[in-house]
Design a protein around this ligand. Structure first.
Ligand code: CU
Ligand code: ZN
Length: 174
């Protein structure tokens, strides 16, 4: 007797992921390159003490790239400056996951794009929330937020953005 693959179960999972009922616990960013090309998707799931990112990007230059949460849900300009600075709460921001004085909430580990330009990873941040849980800055606040990928890696210490360089891809978190 041959058992068929669990196609029904897979179909159900896809339907649940797309359900509006889960809109408060999961957000998605459709990421575009500066020329408007589709650069993949980042799915952000609210966790008990932070957010879990599932990163599925493409079309990047092979190698390491900085990724950050930026403070505005606006990827409208080709240089993506429209997304503003990193998500933060302090008036004077200090950047860097390896900086003892850092207070930037939008900082994230670097991602790595392989020879085909794709980057696939799960990343966890305890510094933000989707809607303000635990008093952490909300990605889905009034002016929204974006995830931005930079040309270079983030050294996690240098001000203001760890030497990450130009913004090469951007997705509004919805
Ligand atoms: Cu950035
Ligand atoms: Zn930062």
């Amino acid at each position: 007797m041959i058992r068929l693959p669990a196609a029904a179960a897979l179909g159900l999972a896809a339907a649940v992921a797309a359900s509006p009922a889960l809109a408060q616990t999961t957000a998605t960013a459709a990421v575009k390159a500066g020329d408007g090309k589709d650069a993949g998707v980042v799915t952000i799931t609210e966790a008990p003490h932070g957010v879990l990112l599932k990163i599925e990007l493409k079309g990047l230059t092979p190698g390491w790239h900085a990724a950050h949460f930026h403070e505005k849900g606006d990827c409208g300009t080709p240089d993506f400056k429209s997304a503003g600075a990193h998500v933060h709460t302090a008036a004077t921001t200090v950047h860097g996951l390896l900086n003892p004085d850092a207070n930037d909430s939008g900082d994230l580990p670097n991602i790595f794009a392989g020879a085909d330009g794709s980057a696939t990873a799960e990343v966890y941040s305890t510094l933000v929330s989707l809607k303000g849980a635990g008093g952490r800055p909300a990605l889905l606040d009034a002016d929204g937020s974006s995830i931005v990928v930079h040309a270079n890696a983030d050294d996690h210490k240098t001000q203001p953005i760890g030497g990450a360089g130009a913004r090469v891809a951007c997705g509004v978190i919805k």
